[in-house]
Design a protein around this ligand. Structure first.
Ligand code: AOF
Ligand code: ZN
Length: 363
């Protein structure tokens, strides 16, 4: 197996940590001797062994003279786990192939430097872009303090998310919904606006797949949503976070929600007492430690995150159905001229049952 093929495999392994390692990165590792795989591992659980340690254990502990292919630069600091660079030096490996450097200020090139000082050959830049993609949530959060934001839209061929009367269940099919549930299991949180909470009464769980439930965040500046919503009354309600303005957070309604087990947090609002989306995102990243978040609607919230240039990744599921004069996916977004319209880079295109799934990223 070539080093590049081993890195591809390491990326596949790293993906298995999805939904379990945050706020740490997803990391995969393959150990080669004479081009043969002798060990594989990945970071499986936050606080648990790093990918390198798991791969060494999987190889039976004897990796002297071997080549270690790892998606992220081995760490050089003492965290919940001892430094992987030291581990590799102790095991006298011959070469370490690194996908991408670790932007964690505690590491940031220090792991590679340590290995080289110990006389170990270090090769960098193999499938770097793919390795950065694997740990994109971690990179965004550790470098900016803000979560990586995915905007998800389920729409008709003609760009509507509901009929004019607000009917939206269901535009896309079962496969797309399962895909969305799988995406939910990979992010730390999902977020919706007040209007969507009221009209859809969603559960925002991963019930159709086998995966972790993300934290559920609802923006409701005045706390006017009814306590009867599933988000406030189902068995996961202690996983629901309502972000509101400071006054609402001290109201009797806030107390009732807290008594019901729902979490309430006050966030600075705009002068018209509407939610300040920049403050919301900063709160999620810095106070809640959220590294990745999927914004699921409605059109006002989606328009707002795009307007403020907060979207890192866009997932659009388009169903072959024509609604006509309905509610537009980004109805509150306005471009005075085409040059002001937000452009994205298409990254992937796939079929999800009868629907089209497009993934685009920030340009
Ligand atoms: C690696 N391999 O598999 C991972 C790394 O608290 P700790 O000890 O778990 O350290 C977490 C930090 O280590 C994390 O912020 C990132 O910089 C690095 N993650 N490094 O060599 C791994 N998961
Ligand atoms: Zn490590």
């Amino acid at each position: 197996m070539t080093e590049q093929d081993a890195m591809k495999r390491a990326i596949e392994l790293g993906l298995r940590g999805s939904g379990a390692v945050s706020p740490n990165p997803r990391v995969g590792c393959v150990i080669l001797r004479d081009g043969q795989v002798i060990g594989e591992g990945w970071h499986e659980q936050y606080g648990g062994e790093h990918a390198e340690a798991n791969a060494i254990a999987n190889a039976g502990g004897n990796v002297e003279g071997a080549t270690v292919v790892v998606t992220l630069e081995p760490c050089a600091h003492e965290g919940k786990q001892p430094p992987c660079a030291d581990l590799l030096i102790r095991h006298k490996v011959a070469c370490v192939v690194v996908g991408t450097t670790d932007p964690n200020p505690l590491v940031a090139g220090g792991g590679i430097a340590k290995l080289r000082e110990a006389g170990i050959e270090v090769v960098t830049g193999i499938l770097e872009e793919e390795c950065r993609w694997l740990c994109r949530f971690f990179i965004k959060h550790i470098t900016s303090g803000e979560p990586y934001i995915i905007a998800k839209i389920a729409q008709s061929f003609d760009g509507c998310i509901s009929t004019a009367r607000g009917e939206s269940k269901w535009i896309t099919g079962d496969d797309a919904r399962r895909r969305v549930h799988a995406m939910r299991s990979e992010v730390d949180a999902v977020m919706i606006g007040r209007g969507t909470a009221l009209s859809d009464d969603p559960e925002l769980t991963t019930r159709d797949v086998d995966g972790a439930h993300p934290r559920r965040i609802v923006l409701d500046s005045h706390l006017s949503l009814p306590l009867s919503l599933k988000l406030f009354s189902d068995s996961y309600r202690n996983n629901t976070f309502v972000l509101c303005n400071k006054r609402a957070a001290q109201s009797r309604k806030a107390d009732s929600l807290r008594v019901a087990g729902v979490n309430i947090a006050a966030v600075d609002d705009n002068s018209d007492s509407s939610m300040n989306i920049n403050a919301v995102v900063a709160y999620c990243g810095k106070e809640m430690g959220i590294t990745s978040m999927m914004v699921e609607g409605g059109s006002q919230l989606l328009s707002s995150v795009v307007q403020h240039n907060l979207v890192d990744e866009l997932h659009i599921f388009t169903a072959p159905i024509l609604i006509g004069d309905g509610k537009h996916s980004f109805s509150s977004l306005y471009s005075a001229a085409l040059k002001d319209a937000r452009r994205f880079q298409t990254r992937a295109l796939g079929l999800c049952g009868n629907d089209i799934h497009v993934i685009a990223t920030r340009v």
